[in-house]
Design a protein around this ligand. Structure first.
Ligand SMILES: C[S@@+](CC[C@H](N)C(=O)[O-])C[C@H]1O[C@@H](n2cnc3c(N)ncnc32)[C@H](O)[C@@H]1O
Length: 210
């Protein structure tokens, strides 16, 4: 996984990931993301939405939310657009955009979601994305980050091995990263973490002291 060329190839098959690793509703990170959000009107940005899995899950479950999904890969967005047509959700918009240079006003969003992105991009790009997330997020807003997590169970370690083999170099180091410190450097404070199948969902707020 990784570059836009890769996503041109992977867009067709990307959703197999969810059917393989995140198929159990009770322990799926997609449902954990929804559980963090209330029913009030929220403006949500799904940064690097890919095929729109989080964007559509949120829009379907939280009908008062207005969700914008952005991605740099035209192939991933095409797949997302086809799914959106089938789902018939009127509270989602998909836009072709670089997450490092968001075309939104500062403090425009109540919630920013960044799911399965940070582990596969360079530290420089990760810094730019987190800076942009902080800029467009309201001061009292929430940043929700979904990332892979090495499973403890031996049975789950076998399928996880496949993830390790397909992710870019540096993935194993990223898995060991102390996440509180990582996000603190970019101006975010960890509120809580939900451990899910093969993954964790981290809820962060803007650090008022920075
Ligand atoms: C592994 S996919 C994650 C998709 C989705 N968020 C999910 O949870 O399944 C990573 C996505 O990040 C997108 N991406 C990478 N760099 C980006 C950038 N600078 N701006 C916008 N999207 C980017 C890729 O095109 C890809 O669709």
């Amino acid at each position: 996984m990784g570059s836009d060329e890769n996503y041109q190839l992977n867009a067709k098959f990307y959703d197999v990931l969810d059917r393989t690793y995140f198929r159990k509703p009770a322990t799926s990170p997609r449902n954990a993301v929804i559980s963090i959000l209330g029913d009030e009107p929220l403006k949500v940005l799904d940064m690097c939405t890919g095929t729109g899995v989080n964007a559509f899950a949120i829009a379907g479950a939280r009908r008062n939310a207005k969700v914008i999904g952005i991605d740099i890969s035209a192939a991933m967005l095409q797949k997302a657009a086809a799914k959106l047509e089938q789902a018939g959700l009127s509270n989602v918009k998909l836009l072709h955009m670089d997450a490092a240079n968001l075309q939104f006003l500062s403090e425009e969003f109540d919630v920013v979601v960044m799911s399965l992105v940070l582990h596969e991009i360079s530290p420089e790009l990760a810094g730019k994305l987190l800076a942009e997330a902080g800029r467009v997020l309201k001061n009292a807003g929430k940043l929700i980050v979904v990332e892979w997590e090495e499973p403890v169970s031996l049975v789950k370690r076998i399928p996880f091995y496949l993830v390790k083999k397909t992710e870019p170099a540096g993935f194993e180091d990223f898995l060991k990263t102390e996440m509180d410190q990582y996000f603190f450097r970019f101006g975010f404070e960890m509120t809580h973490t939900i451990h899910c199948d093969y993954s964790k969902v981290m809820v962060l707020s803007k650090n008022e002291h920075i």
